[in-house]
Design a binder for this molecule. Structure first.
Ligand code: WT7
Length: 631
């Protein structure tokens, strides 16, 4: 494992200071002061944030830390949707726009806070009507349309636990997530729209539920004309379940520690992990960061380009922005269709002020050239955000110069599915250093340490860790608390994030990448284990190993090494068949870009594949310590 990193430029990096007006008007005007306030009394700090929100009953205690288990806002009662909807819809913001959606071509819709509130309540009543109860798990597998968000909020309204699966996943991945979470209900759509084409989703659900005994009903949003036929026994129409229901749906009174959702993330070994998030702490964490990290103001039009199917979407399309009363823009359009100006045109048309996207998208735009953004008026932009993988200095510079016209601060936000909320960034108004995410936000204690938990010297690489619990931390891994404990026991009393990082003399943190066998491909977290098990489920494959290979655009691409079973011979045809097989099982996001047929794989004497040896060989670098290598 790379423990000593020599980052040559540490200490000499360039830095940019935004216009002083940003700092003067920011929610957090003085980072150092606010951070010290937090450190002097963390419970008071978080209690003050929580008091900005509405609770049915206040908490007895802000934090109950029984290492490695935390409870936050103990005995507090709330419903997150009351804070996302009622609070605005019944107050002065009732006519404020909550959600703007643009589809392809002329398609578009918007909801005021009051309209969204009513739409969520009606669907929540529809869910109740077909038998969804508090504590039931509802799997949501939908395209990026308002109904996807309405479905999530309706679950939260009635105390059902949602398990959103990104619609780019294949039937195998969906099936695993439904079964592991024991989903009783599935909400889906006939199709999603992508680059002018209808992408069938319902048929993937059909395949995924053939072997999912917990699933009782499937709710289908029918977008196409004529509507597809439904199988009456288990399938119901998304809109029909709302027929005849009342508009009013009282929110369930939830305990702060009641479950809000499961969301699956890839691990370095074994099956994906069902990350468990709870109501109270999660609400407080995403609200706080939405406000302070994006420095959200009353008239912002905020666009996060993620899908609600990822944690970024849960926290910063749905719960954070709505809790904070923002106007949220979403689109089903891809950045390059019908032409590479698509997203810049949307920024101009919608007067977007905060634009939160991923490094892989920024690098794609760089490649397409400045002429595309330069055709549009981007002067509404105020703040730029980045998430998902390191924002390399070249991409930072381009985003800063070409999109932000050196005017807009960039918040490079480091966090994880497990974290629930932003953890490390450079707050608006603070000096920014390209390549560095920044410092722990007020509310979070982060550091870079060696394997024994000792802080490493400036400029030396180490493990990125979090040293204190935080409100929106995950509470466990569903059905696998051992995996939860591992995060907290790898280094005692410390949360090990699985990333390598380095700190400079000012305390700015640069995230270098994963320390384990998780590969971040175009910002998506992919476990080698998942790809390998998808490959070996093909009849021709005996063994497989997957590695990430650095790629200028996607950060990494997947390369798989495959040993064939006897009777099968390597060919280009078999290679594309295997790629297709992974695509159908896991979905297009986990498709290997390269497959190499091999006769053997490097293994330890105990039989574990040494992926780093494969990777070193592939990249022509020193494989490091290979004393455990068999033979
Ligand atoms: C992993 C978590 C959190 C939302 C999206 C991904 C990498 C995330 C950054 C960043 C460098 C980053 C890390 C992390 N990552 N943001 N700003 N700079 N790396 O969530 O799928 O749970 O993945 O994404 O490696 O551990 P996720």
């Amino acid at each position: 494992m790379a423990e000593k990193f020599d980052v040559k430029s540490i200490g000499q990096e360039s830095s940019y200071s935004p216009d002083p007006s940003y700092k003067q008007n920011a929610w957090v005007r003085d980072y150092n002061w606010t951070y010290r306030e937090f450190l002097s009394n963390p419970d008071e700090f978080w209690g003050n944030v929580a008091r900005e929100l509405e609770w049915y009953k206040p908490w007895d205690k802000v934090r109950d830390w029984n290492y490695p288990y935390a409870k936050w806002f103990v005995n507090g009662k709330l419903n997150i949707t009351y804070n996302c909807l009622d609070r605005h819809a019944l107050g002065k913001n009732r006519n404020k726009i909550a959600l703007i959606w643009r589809g392809e071509g002329e398609a578009g819709r918007f909801y005021t806070y009051n309209q969204l509130y009513k739409a969520v309540m009606r669907f929540a009543n529809g869910l109740k009507k077909i038998g969804v109860k508090r504590g039931d798990c509802v799997c949501i597998y939908m395209p990026l349309v308002p109904e996807q968000i309405i479905a999530m909020l309706a679950c939260a309204r009635i105390g059902a636990i949602h398990n959103v699966v990104f619609a780019g996943f294949g039937a195998g991945a969906l099936n695993f997530r439904m079964n592991d979470a024991e989903a009783k209900f599935v909400i889906t759509a006939d199709v999603g729209m992508r680059r002018g084409k209808a992408l069938p989703l319902k048929i993937i659900v059909d395949e995924a539920i053939t072997n999912a005994p917990s699933v009782e009903r499937v709710i289908v949003l029918r977008r196409q004309e004529p509507p597809i036929e439904l199988h009456q026994e288990i399938e119901v129409d998304f809109n029909e379940i709302m027929e005849g229901v009342e508009v009013d749906c009282k929110p369930e009174v939830m305990d702060a520690e009641d479950l809000l959702f499961y969301l699956y993330t890839s691990g370095s070994t074994g099956a994906p992990k069902g990350v468990v998030h709870t109501c109270g702490g999660y609400m407080v964490g995403v609200y706080h960061t939405m406000k302070c990290v994006f420095d959200l103001k009353e008239d912002d039009i905020y666009w996060c380009t993620a899908d609600p199917g990822w944690i970024t979407g849960h926290s910063y399309i749905v719960y954070g922005p709505l809790c904070a009363g923002a106007t949220v823009f979403i689109t089903e359009r891809t950045p390059d269709f019908p032409d590479p100006g698509a997203w810049w045109r949307l920024i101009e048309e919608q007067c977007i002020t905060i634009f939160y996207t991923a490094p892989t998208a920024i690098r794609m735009f760089m490649k397409l050239g400045e002429e595309w953004p330069n055709k549009y008026d981007l002067s509404s932009l105020r703040i730029l955000g980045s998430v998902g993988e390191p924002l390399n200095p070249e991409a930072f510079e381009w985003h800063y110069q070409v999109i932000g016209k050196t005017r807009c601060p960039i918040v490079d936000t480091w966090w994880q599915t497990e974290a629930g909320m932003h953890m490390i960034t450079t707050l608006v108004g603070e000096p920014m250093k390209p390549g560095f995410a920044g410092k722990a936000i007020p509310g979070v204690v982060a550091d870079v340490v060696d394997k024994n938990g000792r802080p490493v010297q400036t400029g030396q690489g180490g493990f990125l860790v979090i040293k204190e619990p935080w409100p929106s931390m995950f509470r466990t891994v569903l059905k696998n608390d051992e995996r939860y404990r591992k995060y907290w026991f790898t280094i005692p009393n410390t949360y090990t994030a699985g990333d390598l990082a380095v700190k400079d003399t000012d305390g700015y943190i640069m995230v270098l990448g994963r320390a384990d066998d998780v590969i971040i491909v175009a910002g998506h977290n992919i476990g080698t284990a998942e790809v390998e098990s998808a490959l070996v489920s093909h009849r021709a494959v005996a063994e497989a190993a997957a590695i990430g290979k650095p790629d200028p655009l996607k950060g990494n691409i997947l390369k798989a090494f495959v040993i064939l079973r006897v009777g099968h011979t390597p060919s280009d045809k078999l290679r594309s068949e295997l790629i297709h097989h992974v695509r159908m099982t896991l979905g297009p996001i986990a498709m290997p870009s390269e497959i190499e047929f091999v006769d053997s794989l490097p293994k330890t004497r105990s039989g574990k594949i040494m992926r780093r040896v494969l990777k070193a060989k592939e990249l022509g670098i020193d494989p490091g310590d290979i004393s455990t290598l068999e033979d």
